[in-house]
Write a protein that binds this ligand. Structure first.
Ligand code: ATP
Ligand code: AH0
Length: 394
């Protein structure tokens, strides 16, 4: 086993599959990449990627098991295996389409499905506990695929007192740093998060955190009002009018002004928050279109407010580089340009598909694990130490 691991460490370049199933619970992104070197010398070449949508029933099962009120421990136990089985199927389908044999793949890096993220410390039985849970067991992935798999990336950072998120900032640092420009690298998935890369920055200068909802709130409202999974291209938002009254109420959410390091999820922007929005909207007699427009505006408001509070006093950004499903929402992208007034680019311009960025990231993070390089950033997660992330399974 150790020989295998050492051989894998020395192999350069490596073919690595990165797997992301994000907080939107909309499906899995599989990216196949060739990774050269490691650390600051890392070079990534994307060989291909594919998205697999989850069946509606599966999405429901994931969502109900992401909430304490509706979760069931036997369903979570089964989902842990089921998701791993689905991941492996998706990997094989992607490889087949790309004409790559599974035996040619050196490594898999799998994020897993977050069903609960509890970075706020609680005292239980005299112990201070922070916790996070990603399911879709990497041990099962390794056994079914026959490919060494790195998973459970967040655990080490949380164990060392960190938020365990966001982890993409290290990848952003490797790929998007510049010696000429101050960059804000933004991902708008279920949750939105950004990475600030000051020109000529060092790894410990990187500043990043979750800013609040990405598409999570809009998606839930779209399901309720229009029985659709999301607002395609922001078309419904474009038909509505932003309500300043509702926006101001949403802006009071304590996460928006909370000081970083911080990370969030469905625990704070799930059904409780959506129900609150519904109540406020009823009082204000808003149409569904206006509510969607306001919730979409809120995502960008929260991104900007966090920038204004915690970044702008030290670093003024020259450009924004966007990825994630929100990049396809025109209303959101216009709002971003309106708030920031700097060029808004997509990661695709930099050779990283905006739909596959997080999957590519977990391939690169797996390479860092195998190479023995720490990939958390203390200034981002608040962990006591930098550490090698993830567990390796054969
Ligand atoms: N054409 C589109 N128009 C508008 N929104 C879109 C479009 N395509 C995708 N989205 C939005 O993007 C979301 C999915 O984004 P993405 O896959 O980046 O999130 P994720 O990886 O699940 O989340 P996270 O990054 O928070 O873990 C969808 O739920 C939807 O709201
Ligand atoms: C706990 C968890 O799964 N967090 C996700 C989520 O989705 C976006 C944002 O919230 C970020 O904190 C993180 O994912 C990305 C991949 C990250 O760690 O950078």
């Amino acid at each position: 086993m150790i020989e295998k691991l050492l051989k894998l460490k020395e192999k350069n370049p490596k073919i690595i599959v990165g797997l992301m199933s994000g907080t939107s619970a909309d499906g899995i992104d599989v990216a196949v990449v060739k990774v050269y070197n490691s650390g600051t010398k890392t070079k990534v070449e994307t060989l291909g990627w594919k998205t697999f949508a989850f069946d509606e029933g599966l999405k429901k099962m994931i969502l109900r098991n992401s909430q304490p009120e509706t979760s069931k421990v036997d369903e979570i136990c089964r989902l842990n295996f089921l998701l791993a089985q689905i991941y492996v199927d998706s990997i094989f389908k992607t490889l087949d389409e790309l004409g790559i044999k599974p035996s040619e793949v050196d490594l898999i890096g799998s994020h897993g499905q977050t069903i609960q993220h509890l970075p706020n410390e609680v005292e239980i039985f005299g112990y201070k506990v922070k916790a996070t849970l990603q399911i879709g067991d990497p041990g099962v992935i390794a056994k079914l695929s026959g490919i060494p798999t790195v998973g459970n990336f967040r655990v080490g950072d949380v164990a060392l007192g960190g938020e365990g998120a966001p982890l993409v900032p290290y990848f952003d640092y490797l790929v998007f740093r510049s010696n000429k420009l101050n960059r804000l690298v933004l991902n708008i998935g279920g949750i939105a998060n950004f990475t600030i890369l000051k020109k000529n920055c060092d790894v410990e200068d990187v500043f990043a955190f979750d800013t609040g909802p990405g598409n999570m709130v809009v998606d839930s409202l779209m399901k309720l009002f229009f029985d659709r999974e999301f607002d395609e291209n922001g078309e419904i938002a474009q038909k509505g009018k932003v309500s300043d009254d509702l926006l101001q109420k949403m802006a009071q959410h304590p996460f928006i002004n909370k000081k970083p390091p911080k990370s969030t999820g469905r625990e704070e922007f799930g059904s409780n928050f959506v129900n609150q929005i519904l109540k406020w909207s009823e009082e204000l007699s808003l149409s569904p279109e206006d509510i969607i427009a306001t919730a979409t505006e809120f995502t960008v408001y929260a991104i900007y407010k966090n920038y204004e509070n915690f970044v702008k006093p030290n670093v003024e950004v020259d450009e924004i580089i966007v990825s994630g499903g929100g990049a396809r929402n025109k209303f959101m992208m216009w709002a971003l340009e309106r708030y920031f007034n700097v060029p808004v680019k997509f990661t695709d311009e930099f050779g990283i598909s905006s739909d596959a960025k997080e999957a590519i990231c977990f391939a690169v993070l797996a390479n860092e694990t195998i190479s023995g390089n720490p990939s958390n950033i203390k200034s981002v997660t608040g962990a006591r130490e930098r550490t090698v992330l993830g567990g390796i399974y054969f």
